[in-house]
Design a protein around this ligand. Structure first.
Ligand code: ADE
Length: 225
């Protein structure tokens, strides 16, 4: 898989891909992540990429031309399955979207800044708009990293067996059950007996019951749809 991230702040994006699971995925060649500085596609001598809003109002708007030039160049080099715009008014991001996007070959993620992008970018280039929650970040970069992380860890070979994504919270629309490791008794705080029983069926049943009761208690909305 290949992810191209278009941004005015590439330095905000670099370090998460230089550590841990994401770095390992890149080193193994399972994904490549490329950032593109929008300023390199500015058309005037001031390297301007934003301008005042028509009709007035506070906040600058990212101009259509530099974004067009950047996306058009990328599209001339390969086909893209999705061109995603990170924005607080996008579709709320869910595990099911991460699953879906992890099956794509090439995606572009455009990070919004200032007030956002000229609507014509959204109308003519963007295939999907994603929000990572009902709050406003200072730009789409951190959101793009969040979405990339959620996708990349699902790519075959990224996680070892012991880290399997299949048992994550949300994978079956339930929160994950409680987990424990040694010691079995710490200061009298005991690990549930069933987990020490060695009875795989009983353990599975206990985990399912716990996942369901946790979800009912903490996130009943997940059980609605
Ligand atoms: N850009 C600013 N806030 C955002 C959010 N909540 N989700 C996605 N992109 C954003």
């Amino acid at each position: 898989m290949r992810i191209d991230i278009i941004t005015v702040l590439p330095e905000l994006i670099a370090s998460p891909f230089e550590a841990s699971i994401l770095k390992r995925a890149i080193d193994k060649g399972l994904v490549s992540v490329h950032t593109h500085n929008l300023r390199d596609y500015a058309t005037n001598k001031y390297k301007q990429i934003d301008d005042y809003q028509y009709g007035g109002g506070a906040g600058m708007v990212m101009m259509v031309e530099p974004i067009d030039k950047c996306i058009t160049k990328l599209k001339s080099e390969r086909d893209y399955d999705e061109i995603i715009y990170m924005t607080p008014d996008g579709t709320p991001f869910k595990q099911s979207h991460a699953n879906e996007l992890s099956l794509k070959k090439n995606i572009i993620i455009l990070c919004g800044h200032y007030k956002g992008v000229d609507q014509r970018v959204r109308d003519h280039f963007i295939t999907r708009e994603i929000s990572i929650g009902d709050f406003v970040l200072s730009g789409g970069e951190l959101a793009a990293v969040v979405v990339s992380d959620a996708i990349i860890r699902l790519l075959p070979g990224v996680l070892g067996n012991e880290e399997s994504a299949l048992t994550d919270s949300f994978q079956d629309d339930l929160l994950a059950p409680p987990i424990y490791t040694r010691p079995a008794d710490y200061k009298g705080w005991k690990v549930p007996e069933v987990l020490l029983s060695g009875n795989f069926n009983k353990i599975e049943k206990w985990r399912e019951d716990e996942a369901l009761s946790r979800t009912q208690k903490l996130r009943p909305d997940l059980l609605d749809d």
